[in-house]
Ligand binder design. Sequence first.
Ligand SMILES: Cc1cc2nc3c(=O)[nH]c(=O)nc-3n(C[C@H](O)[C@H](O)[C@H](O)COP(=O)(O)O)c2cc1C
Ligand SMILES: Cc1ncc(COP(=O)(O)O)c(C=O)c1O
Length: 211
Amino acid sequence: MTEQSQDAIPHGDPYAIFDDWFAQAQQSEPNDPNAMALATATPDGAPSLRMVLLKGHGADLGPAFDGAGGFVFYTNFHSRKGGELAANPQVALLFHWKSLRRQIRIEGPVVEVSAAAADAYFASRHPESRLGSAASDQSRPLPSRQVYLDRVAAIRADHPDGNVPRPAHWSGYRVVPRAIEFWQDRDYRLHERRRFVADGNGGWTSTLLYP
Ligand SMILES: Cc1cc2nc3c(=O)[nH]c(=O)nc-3n(C[C@H](O)[C@H](O)[C@H](O)COP(=O)(O)O)c2cc1C
Ligand SMILES: Cc1ncc(COP(=O)(O)O)c(C=O)c1O
């Protein structure tokens, strides 16, 4: 069998394949292997796209998620993406790991994470990052950078212990994957693609796609 004829992406559990590829990306990417593009769309179909960081993934995210699975990110719910998601929960995610020449795309609706999950994640962040988030009206017009820095300083002064509480509008979304597609670069663009589609009973069907 030639290298090109080997099946690099077998049928199986897409979460397990994601884990495997993500672990490799953590070894090989120069920074932020958990960075992913997040696409949202308005109800009338205008798309928008930005990067966010993946902060949880798997078929079972644990007790704070009542054992539900998916792909989790955190943000300001008053942001542009937050407004778009309130009106249309459908998203697409894209990872591109240049060091591995691989991409993974994920599609499905989001659901809000629990307050307990958001509190736990917020508390784990660097204190200065918590300050920055508490002071940011994300995606709203800012008269000058100094206005933002002054807000950070004011919140810092209000919390000399550094224990900034999570703003109610800063929380997380769990993407519930309806489809997960893996793409592996192969020689001369004879790439390999496998698309998994949730079967509605906790399982997956998958099919190879022409590249
Ligand atoms: C690598 C990278 C990771 C980022 N991670 C996040 C994140 O996890 N959450 C977040 O709110 N913004 C994150 N940002 C900033 C967003 O890309 C974006 O500028 C911000 O969330 C506002 O987006 P919006 O106006 O579309 O809502 C990140 C930016 C980069 C470049
Ligand atoms: C505005 C903003 N929020 C959240 C994050 C997620 O990072 P962390 O929670 O690790 O601080 C980022 C990362 O770049 C960011 O820019």
